[in-house]
Design a binder for this molecule. Structure first.
Ligand SMILES: [Zn+2]
Length: 87
């Protein structure tokens, strides 16, 4: 699929966020095919964008690159400065 959209998976304390559509995502997801809603009720009209996660970044200053690598050794680290974090 040459036009497959890609995104950074942004990790925070209780949630992760898709960098493309900025909706909730699961930390273990390879694609944004499910919405993680955290503590909110899911919105039935909310749809995940389907992007493939190609990098992982942190929204929390204390989550360092090595922590994210432990979560997802398959994804390269994306810094906040070089990415487009949702917050
Ligand atoms: Zn998405």
């Amino acid at each position: 699929m040459p036009d497959e959209p890609t995104a950074t998976l942004w990790v925070s304390t209780h949630t992760s966020t898709c960098g493309r559509c900025r909706k909730g995502a699961f930390l273990d997801a390879t694609h944004h095919d499910r919405i993680a809603t955290g503590f909110d009720m899911p919105d039935p009209l909310d749809k995940p964008c389907g992007a493939r996660f190609t990098s992982i970044g942190s929204l929390r200053i204390e989550y360092k690159e090595e922590h994210l690598r432990a979560f997802r050794p398959d994804l390269p680290y994306q810094s906040r400065e070089g990415g487009n974090p949702p917050l």
